[in-house]
Structures are given as structure tokens and as C-alpha cells.
Unconditional design. Structure first.
Length: 560
């Protein structure tokens, strides 16, 4: 497709020749209905006795205008709006186009005109008028129907084609300009393609300054212009594939594009249908590639964030030795300690022999305080081992996601994109991308991503809380709820038996606090335990559960 945007096919030469095609084919057809089911596209269905129904498809999107007929358009049952009801049942008497204008006129019975303005701009539109050209209805209203049709403008000085001296003076009026630029200025209806064709036919170098043009050359140019206009009366369409400028539908063969790949569509209508279909397929491909790319980039960002958290946790796992040394120090000095002490300064017999201040839990005995530190040491070592394993896993995941992103970015067609998505279908499904382009079905809960690449699921009401806890939470998932206040059940999905990162636990607790009646508190106590220690008593109300082996963490209510 054209690298700078959609292809331009609504040229005045194309519309004039297409009007002639339509005039011979569509005369005596009646308008069955008109509707839109896609932004900036109008469909007019036509019927005729003993003839196959047809549909006119008209596109008035700015910078991408078209009109063609086909036999395949089916009106959708939903999201379809009927339009132009006053012309339903009217018969087409003729189809024509004003000279050098990008307008197609359908003359209907009852003195009505259906006008299609294809300017390749925001002013493109469709109108139904009476015989006095008063607007009865328009396709695009833009705040309300206009009072009158946009006025036709003089496209060029017609005397230039009959008076060679006048043409010479017009071309040389700006000596510093190129011949191609002046031809486009004097005959704006030509556009860049046909202006370049005239330069080719006349033997001009397109970059030649107009100061070098002679009167005999002007005579040759005038003859070529008139010759081109004669050729256009007997269309012989060509569809050129120009990698630099996109597909171009020419009404007649163009020598200036002779080296470009070309197809023979047979009719202008077939050529337009081919271009529009290709453009829609290209847009669909680009939309799908963008959708996949955005989802992959989001997943990559989360994986990188989780990797950094895992690496940070692994770096702090050395605290296990310190916890164990503190526990041994308490045991060695247990005769100096008593329950209720908040701290103690002890001689470090296992270190450098200096003194060390040890924090104690006043509710525990000295032996229980020592066991608490030993337990912290065990947890730190386990977390360190798990964070090292998770870091390696996440590094591999980030690299894999980046590889898929590279492959998707290199896909240059729907077929090549489909090949990539098929190859990585399992990985894409895990991040919610389905082959049919729809989002994968998600569980009926609030879902958040936290450190370690883990998910937190949050219930929405009492019955939803029960559903989450009893049916969707696995035995080794971590279950959270605010202590002493109402709130949502919150589950940290741990993927089996893996120990979640401490930061993930804190973030999940913060989410549980946020979805509770203590959302506006400064610091909130949140109870948590593995899901297997959560019980729902028989006959208990929705959302009511009991916990065993719970731990308490104090956090600020917050979303990640």
C-alpha cells in the first residue's frame, strides 16, 4: 500500500470513465435501500427485475474516497443505520460526471439527484437533492445539513488548450519553476501522475525549468494534452503497483509507469474494488499487528519490572545469616533476658566479640524470640533460593518476549503475521491474545499485576468473594483480608508452591486494604495465609470465612 497513506483512486478521469461504466450498467435499477454500518461508508442496494441485485459502496473517509458496485455486501443485523429513505424505490435514469470534477451524478425518477462528491478531503459527502438542487438529505451532517451544495469551481482556463501562445505564456510565467510544477498549476485536474505522463509523452525532463521551454515544445505539449483527453474517451484501465507511491488506477496505459508491475482489471469498477479490498486488508493487518505489539510490550514491561524486583530480593537474601546469628546470640545470652524486654545489648560471641543491640518482641519469651529469628533465617534462605530461580526464569521470559516482538515487527503481511502468531500461539494465549482477535475470557474479578510477574485477584461483592475463595483460589495461593473491617477477599496467585516475593505480598496486602472500609486509613493491618488454611463454616453468610495460621502485615492502602 501507499507508504504515506491510503491510495488515491478518486481522480476526476477515473470518476468520469466510471460514470460511463455505471450509466450503461445501472440504468433502470431501482434503489432498494441505503444504509451505513461502517464509519464514512454508505451502501446503496439496487434491484431490477430479471437481474442480480447490486450494492453501491461509497467511501467518503478524508483522503480515501471510492465508489464501486459489488454483489456481496450483506447488511448487518446490528449497528446498521438506514439513510436516504426519500429515494427508496426511485429508478436510476442516468449516471454522469461534470467535466474535470470529482462528482458522480445519479439522476433519479421524480426529479431527484443523488450526488456523490469525492474530493479526497473532509468535504467529501453524498447528497439527495430535488430538481432545483436543494438538499433533501446528506450522508455526513457535521452538525447539521448544509443549506446548499458546495459551488462548482472553474478548474482551469479552458482557453489554454486552444491557444498555444497563451499556454506558452502561462507555462513560462514563473521561470524558476519546473515544467512539471507549472503543468500541475495550469491544469490542476491532472494531478501528479498524469502531469508526469504528459512530460513523458512530450519528451520533457520533469525537473526542466520553464525558462528553457520553447514555443514549438509548447505546441507539442498542447497536442499531447488533447491526445490524452481523447484517449480517456475509450478507457483501457491499468492498475499499476508503484512501491514509492502506492497502487494507481489509470484510465489508459501510462508510458511513464511502463516499468512498474501492472495488472489488467478489465473494468475500472474491478480495479477500484481490488484497491479498496487491498487497503481494508492492509488496515486490518496493521491494526492486528499493533494490538499484538501493544500487548507484548505491556507484558515485557511487567516482566522486566518483576525481574528487577526478584534480583533486588536475591541481593538482600544474605540477611539470612544475620538472622541466624542473632538467634544464636539470644540462645547464648538467654540467662540475661526475660519476657517483656523490647531490646537487649549483648556481647557478640559469634562475631568480633563486640556488643550488639538486639530487638525483641515483648510478647514472646527469650526462647520464642530466638526461634522467631531462626524462622526469619529459614524464610530468607528459601526466598533467596526462590528469587534466584525466579530471576533466571524471568530473564528467559524477557528474552522470549523480545524475540516475539521482533518477529511480529518484521511481519509485513497478514499471512506472515498469522505464521508468527501460530508459532507462538501458546505464549500469546497466556497473555490474553486469541487467534480470532478477541480478548481471552478473563476471570470475573478485579485483576492486578504485582512484583514477580504474579497476579492479584480481588472479589467484587460477597457472592463474588465466595466464588474467588472457594472455586478460583488454589491451595497454595496467598489469601488476604483486612483485619477487623469489611472488605474484599484478595488472592495472590502463586503458581503452585513457589514462595512469592516479599514485595508481591506487600502489594497484595495494599490492594486488600484499598478495597476495604479502611481505604482512607494511614496504615492498615492485613491478615494473610495460604488459601488451604481458609475455611468457610457451614451455613455462614456469603463472604464469611475463618482463618488458621494467619500472619499480620501493616501496609498503606494502595493499588500497584
Amino acid at each position: 500500500m501507499c507508504p504515506d497513506g491510503p491510495p488515491v483512486i478518486a481522480h476526476c478521469f477515473t470518476i468520469a470513465a466510471l460514470s460511463s461504466e455505471f450509466d450503461s450498467l445501472l440504468r433502470d435499477y431501482r434503489i432498494a435501500e441505503a444504509y451505513t454500518q461502517q464509519k464514512n461508508e454508505l451502501v446503496v442496494t439496487l434491484s431490477k427485475e430479471s437481474a442480480e441485485p447490486l450494492s453501491l459502496v461509497i467511501g467518503v473517509e478524508p483522503k480515501f474516497n471510492y465508489i464501486y458496485y459489488n454483489r456481496r455486501t450483506i447488511r448487518a443485523k446490528k449497528n446498521s443505520v438506514a439513510l436516504f429513505s426519500p429515494m427508496t424505490g426511485l429508478q436510476i435514469l442516468s449516471v454522469a460526471s461534470p467535466p474535470f470534477e470529482r462528482i458522480m451524478e445519479f439522476r433519479l425518477t421524480g426529479g431527484r439527484l443523488f450526488l456523490v462528491h469525492l474530493y479526497n478531503s473532509a468535504s467529501s459527502n453524498c447528497y439527495l437533492t430535488d430538481d432545483a438542487l436543494s438538499i433533501l438529505e446528506s450522508f455526513k451532517h457535521d452538525g447539521g445539513p448544509t443549506a446548499s451544495l458546495p459551488p462548482l469551481q472553474q478548474r482551469f482556463d479552458t482557453a489554454l488548450l486552444a491557444d498555444e501562445k497563451k499556454l506558452f505564456d502561462a507555462l513560462t510565467a514563473e521561470p524558476s519553476k519546473t515544467i512539471l510544477g507549472r503543468i500541475k498549476s495550469c491544469f490542476p485536474f491532472l494531478g501528479a501522475r498524469y502531469a508526469a505522463e504528459l512530460c513523458f509523452r512530450s519528451g520533457f525532463v520533469t525537473g526542466l525549468p520553464t525558462s528553457e521551454i520553447t514555443l514549438p515544445q509548447t505546441t507539442e505539449l498542447a497536442g499531447q494534452i488533447n491526445g490524452l483527453l481523447r484517449d480517456l474517451r475509450t478507457p483501457d484501465p491499468r492498475l499499476y503497483d508503484d512501491p514509492d507511491g502506492g497502487p494507481f488506477l489509470a484510465v489508459v496505459p501510462l508510458g511513464s509507469l511502463r516499468e512498474k508491475p501492472v495488472t489488467l482489471p478489465g473494468t475500472l469498477n474491478a480495479g477500484i474494488e481490488q484497491i479498496v479490498g487491498g487497503s481494508h486488508r492492509q488496515r486490518a493487518f496493521q491494526t492486528e499487528r499493533t494490538r499484538i505489539t501493544e500487548a507484548l510490550r505491556k507484558e515485557e514491561k511487567q516482566a522486566v519490572r518483576a525481574l528487577r524486583a526478584a534480583e533486588k530480593e536475591h541481593a538482600t537474601a544474605s540477611s539470612a545469616d544475620d538472622y541466624e546469628q542473632t538467634g544464636r546470640l539470644i540462645i547464648a545470652s538467654i540467662h540475661l533476658l526475660a519476657k517483656g524486654m523490647a531490646s537487649a545489648t549483648l556481647r557478640d560471641e559469634y562475631g568480633d566479640g563486640g556488643v550488639r543491640k538486639v530487638q525483641l518482641d515483648t510478647s514472646l519469651t527469650p526462647a520464642q524470640n530466638a526461634e522467631r529469628y531462626f524462622q526469619k533465617a529459614r524464610h530468607a534462605r528459601l526466598a533467596g533460593t526462590e528469587s534466584a530461580r525466579r530471576s533466571e526464569e524471568l530473564r528467559s521470559r524477557v528474552a522470549h518476549l523480545q524475540e516475539i516482538l521482533r518477529r511480529v515487527g518484521e511481519a509485513d503481511s497478514r499471512a506472515s503475521l498469522d505464521a508468527v502468531t501460530e508459532e507462538y500461539s501458546e505464549q500469546l494465549s497466556k497473555i490474553g491474545l486469541r487467534p480470532d482477535g478477541r480478548e481471552a475470557e478473563r476471570p470475573p474479578f478485579r485483576i492486578f499485576q504485582v512484583s514477580g510477574g504474579l497476579e492479584v485477584w480481588v472479589g467484587k461483592n460477597s457472592s463474588n468473594n465466595d466464588l474467588l475463595t472457594t472455586r478460583y483460589a488454589s491451595p497454595h495461593d496467598y489469601w488476604f483480608h483486612v483485619r477487623g473491617a469489611g472488605g474484599s477477599h484478595t488472592v495472590l496467585k502463586t503458581r503452585g508452591r513457589e514462595v512469592p516475593p516479599r514485595e508481591a505480598v506487600r502489594e497484595a496486602a495494599g490492594i486488600a486494604a484499598y478495597y476495604s472500609k479502611m481505604r482512607n486509613a494511614g496504615t492498615v493491618p492485613v491478615a494473610y495465609c495460604e488459601r488451604k488454611y481458609v475455611r468457610k463454616p457451614k451455613g455462614a453468610a456469603s463472604g464469611s470465612v475463618t482463618l488458621e495460621r494467619e500472619e499480620i502485615i501493616f501496609v498503606k492502602p494502595a493499588l500497584p
